[in-house]
Design a protein around this ligand. Structure first.
Ligand code: IPE
Ligand code: IPE
Ligand code: MG
Length: 247
């Protein structure tokens, strides 16, 4: 039986977040330059997004470029920015076809103008789509996001629009770039690294974690289904006892 056949349609996670890692190592394994791995990784994004849309997942958040990734060699950063533009150009028709709405989180002001422009166009064009919400984390890090949230909250407080008493988990969440997006149910990280790398620190508080050694360009739709099946066998207790949640 394939993993696809084992998926329980009544327990599809609402939000899956993925740290897409291992493109560089994959390229090295194939005796190629790192960018070859990033290009292959785009194909995986296409396949996984299509599968997620078909499955009825509501939100798919993909960590595409972190704040820390700006510290990579300039040549790789430039090539990645160009690849993003090319990918959006190429993938927009598929997003439209699959009723996918593109969203972004992160500090887009750091992106080159052409890259930012291309994203804005695609966000606008797909804004009425009602299927999967594909959230690309670009120039994103959680500490950046939390720092920004705090700055905005203090600004509002200084203007008399926010009081200390009004601050609670819900109001704080509204200051994050993920405002309005439910927390991830499942986090997947490829490439055998067991860390979060500054991704959604607040939002992952109660997410189920799934780590696989598979490098991102090798991550197939069947691997994705396997992660979903694994998730569906977890018991999410949120601090309660097993008896409480199974009652
Ligand atoms: C993930 O692959 C993609 C980005 C971070 C942009 P890596 O480029 O980190 O690949 P490895 O970890 O070096 O193999
Ligand atoms: C995390 O991958 C960021 C993305 C997948 C975009 P990295 O490859 O940058 O993570 P670290 O630095 O090895 O933790
Ligand atoms: Mg990496």
């Amino acid at each position: 039986m394939t993993y696809k056949d084992q998926i329980n349609p009544n327990r599809i996670p609402t939000h899956v977040a993925i740290i897409m890692d291992g493109n560089g190592r994959w390229a090295k394994q194939h005796g190629m330059k790192r960018m070859f791995g990033h290009r292959q990784g785009v194909q995986t994004v296409h396949n996984i997004t299509t599968a997620a849309a078909e499955m009825g997942i509501r939100y798919l958040t993909l960590y595409a470029f972190s704040t820390e990734n700006w510290n990579r060699p300039q040549e790789e950063v430039d090539a990645l920015m160009a690849l993003l533009v090319e990918t959006i150009r190429q993938e927009t028709p598929t997003l439209m076809e699959n009723n996918v709405r593109l969203m972004t989180i992160g500090d887009l002001s750091r992106l080159p103008e052409t890259t930012r422009q291309k994203f804005m166009e695609c966000i606008e064009m797909t804004s009425h789509n009602t299927g999967l919400n594909m959230v690309l984390a670009l120039s994103y890090s959680s500490r950046w996001e939390i720092t920004e949230a705090l700055r905005r909250a203090v600004q509002q407080a200084q203007q008399g629009l926010l009081t200390a008493e009004q601050i609670n988990e819900d109001t704080l969440s509204c200051y994050l770039t993920t405002a309005g997006i439910p927390d991830p149910d499942l986090l997947i990280r490829t490439s055998g690294e067991y860390r979060i790398s500054n991704f959604l620190l607040w939002q992952l508080a109660y997410s189920e974690m799934y780590f696989t050694d598979c490098l991102w360009p090798d991550f197939t739709v069947e691997h994705f289904y396997q992660a979903i099946v694994d998730y569906q066998h977890r018991e999410r207790r949120f601090g309660k006892t097993s008896e409480q949640v199974t009652e």
